[in-house]
Write a protein that binds this ligand. Sequence first.
Ligand code: ADP
Length: 552
Amino acid sequence: MTELGKAHHLRSRAFGRAGIVGPLVLGLGFALVLAYQALAAAREHRAAAQATVRDHAEFAAYLLASRVERRLTRAMLYGFYPVELALGRNGRVLPGPATLRDSMELARCAAVVDPADRVFFRLDLGNGDLVVDGDADTDFRVWLVDSLAVHARSTYGEDWQFAHLFGPLRGERKPISYSVWRRGERNVVYGFDSCWRDGSGNVFDQVLGESGVLPPTLVGATPNDSLFTLSVLDTAGEPVYGQPAGSGGPFYGSTALRPPGTFEGLQLRVTLRPMAAEQLVIGGLPKSRLPVALGLVLLTATLMAVALAQLRRGQELVRLRERFIGNVSHELRTPLQQILLFVDLLRLQRVRSVEERNRALRVIDEEVRRLTVLVENILQFARSSKREASVSLQTVALRDVVEATVQSFHILAEAKDSTVEFTAGNGPTVQADPDAIRRIIVNLLDNAVKYGPSGQTVRVAVFQTDSRGCVAVEDEGPGIPLAERRKIWESFYRLEREERQVCTGSGIGLAIVRQLATEMGGGVHVEAGASGGARFVVWFPATHAEDAADTR
Ligand code: ADP
């Protein structure tokens, strides 16, 4: 190929590769853009659905807060009512805190279960006079005089009737409820430790037990406590009732209990259970699309990798084929030139002696045989490419076929100064095609002579192992490196060293050997010979003894 031709060839190859790699990269790019868009759309859809679920939680919290406020307010009113009564009756005489306990015991009224364990107090804001009824420790008393009194003086107003504070009682943080009465100049506080209960029990359980607060069209008749949990948090976010903030799931809504003076910044929080969140969005909460998008990108990348591997393979095949055509042309041209040369010599009667004439004839004979081997190989290769059957099996005396082939090969061996030594035991009979056996042996001998040194002895042996008839061809050449022993059977494959030494060959000989042997139900392998050369062993299925007797 000229330099110009080579440049053109390389350019068209590069264009061919770009023509395939370009669309593949484009395809991957599209897959990435699509995956990104799908992810972005899914994220927006998910965010919208989650916002809807949170709105439901907020609304539920708003409704439930008013229920809690109503129940607690009622409970406190009932709780403080006896004080109001006593004050009204006696005018200036202040009833003791036990009034609260007695009335609670009598009426079992709101906020009042188990009054025996409770603490009731009266605190005169004017003179700081404190009367406590119940088991109260010093810490509690100090807290009443310091903190509660300050709270009552500074924040108590006309718009609210009682307040909740949290104070230390017997080592615990307890809600304390109180109310203030004005008698002339005196402001008197009555109060008790609260327990978030009304006459029917825990107010939070009570409000949950009332009618549903989420849309029945979405949640049906599912009871409130199966849909969400309730908690009450103080201003520091600490739970005074229920679970701590953050537990229970990501969908919650909060509302401050009102009026703020009464409930001192308490927040009612509704946390939806995961099952409820699914019910509140038609079709359920959208699932993450990330795995699908990643899968799509991964699949495209894998397909691209496979396509690129195929492209590389295809290009390698094209390269090998090109080299094959170059090698074959060379293999054909050399013997043809030799034949023409010696035919011309004979035709023009330029030979001076009988020896010279015989030598010319011998060269023509050798070259014709070499050409025959090559042409047979090419034809066989063409047949195998078209997947045509190329063997017809019969019972064959292996020894006879191999011996005849070796005999006919002597001329080619001598041309390379090689000797072929043939040994055979009691030759086995095999089920094979004699012509295919001959072509296998010729190829192996041709390689042995071609790659071995001149003056070598090539040993051919026929023997039997178990149910196989075997032929071994061993030379004294460089052998086949271990790493190459699997590859040499591939079409067009030639060892690197052959290219360097400009040793001609088509690269299809061993592919044909293996193909013919396998077609006949046999096989072939290569190993290192005794002298370090290559030892090819080809085997065929042996026939039974009776079959063998028939062929003799
Ligand atoms: P080729 O036409 O190149 O001989 P083959 O398919 O017959 O093609 O052989 C493939 C390659 O295996 C050869 O190029 C050569 O490198 C190696 N090979 C085959 N036979 C021998 C041998 N007897 N000794 C050393 N190398 C061999």
